[in-house]
Design a protein around this ligand. Structure first.
Ligand SMILES: [Zn+2]
Length: 326
């Protein structure tokens, strides 16, 4: 049944961020505790359960009036099973069941971090008001989340939305972290952008502010590009060109209303957004109807928002189809 309060829990390798939301979606309180990584599930989830109790009581709630969504790194299948908890040193777990058991049977549901961010952004962030969107997170790597008809699409094996490993350059010789070559992540992640910049510099004798910036970061590349530094403009263009190719492929698979760009790299703002939009339109030629490329707005809160929304959606679904409930 519907609950009065929803927790959004973002379990990272270093900290666990938690938000308690009202049924109307208002964030009442946020907190952050350390993740006792490597000490087993009892330690990690025991700490979270204690924190949920504290947050509930501080906001005048009982755990029986709450449901929780858990945002966690790594593929989570539709049953909530994780083969590997990437940052936690845990294997083969059902995070939602563990938490539910520790919290007196509180309804709990787990989803992958990229999907949680996507759901959060269409609920309260840059994708507000749309029901189909793809979020691309440009950070250390490239992550993705796919929402269709308001639902997270995680796929048969939890691989739905692993946009970072779409091959955009079959001729690439360097290896990606996944073992493949030519993945989007090799061009459009923070490290990929710096790699492109080094490649552009190696191919030219031309002066560039990038040559005297040490260490060179993706932010530096975009800052210099905005100032008109020719090689930085070229590096940003090369990176966004590959992103545009991947976005065109996405258009032809799910045809979303919006593509939301988030992650640290997206702080380059309108320059990056406009470039990505034009590159996508260059490669998606079949129709003049393109998704709108927008920037994420929730930053680090996207995960807790999306996880809370997931808990709301899943508890609502249990009313409609009790036989599917856990
Ligand atoms: Zn890859």
């Amino acid at each position: 049944m519907d609950k009065r309060y929803y927790f959004g829990i973002d379990i990272g390798g270093t900290t666990v961020k938690t938000g308690i939301f009202s049924a109307e979606g208002v964030l009442l309180e946020k907190s952050e505790i350390a993740t006792r990584t490597g000490q087993g599930e009892e330690a990690i989830f025991g700490d979270i359960a204690a924190e949920l109790s504290r947050l509930a009581h501080a906001n005048g709630a009982e755990l029986s009036e709450c449901a929780a969504g858990i945002d966690i790194a790594g593929p989570v299948d539709e049953e909530g099973f994780m083969e590997r908890g990437v940052n936690l040193g845990l294997d083969e777990l059902y995070p939602a069941r563990i938490l539910s058991d520790m919290c007196g049977g509180m309804p709990s549901f787990a989803l992958n971090d990229a999907n949680a961010a996507a759901l959060g952004e269409i609920w309260q962030g840059g994708g507000r008001g749309v029901s189909s969107a793809v979020m691309i997170t440009l950070g250390t790597g490239v992550g993705g989340g796919v929402i269709q008809g308001g639902r997270v699409i995680s796929g048969t094996h939890g691989l739905g939305g692993e946009i970072g490993h779409i091959c955009v350059e079959p001729g690439e010789e360097e290896l990606c972290s996944c073992g493949g070559r030519g993945c989007l992540e090799q061009y459009a992640s923070a490290t990929g952008i710096v790699r492109m910049a080094r490649r552009v510099m190696a191919e030219s004798e031309e002066y560039s502010g990038m040559r005297v910036t040490d260490p060179l970061t993706a932010k530096d590349v975009f800052d210099l590009a905005k100032k008109g530094d020719a090689l930085a403009v070229r590096a940003a263009d090369e990176s966004m060109d590959r992103l545009g190719r991947a976005m065109a492929m996405i258009c032809y698979v799910t045809d979303p209303e919006s593509i939301i760009i988030g992650g640290g790299v997206s702080r380059a703002g309108e320059y990056l957004r406009a470039l990505a939009q034009s590159k996508m339109e260059k490669y998606a030629r079949l129709s003049k109807h393109y998704p709108k490329v927008v920037l994420a707005e929730l930053g680090n809160d996207a995960g807790i928002c999306g996880a809370a929304k997931y808990a709301m959606d899943m508890t609502a679904k249990q009313i409609e189809a009790p036989e599917c409930g856990r």
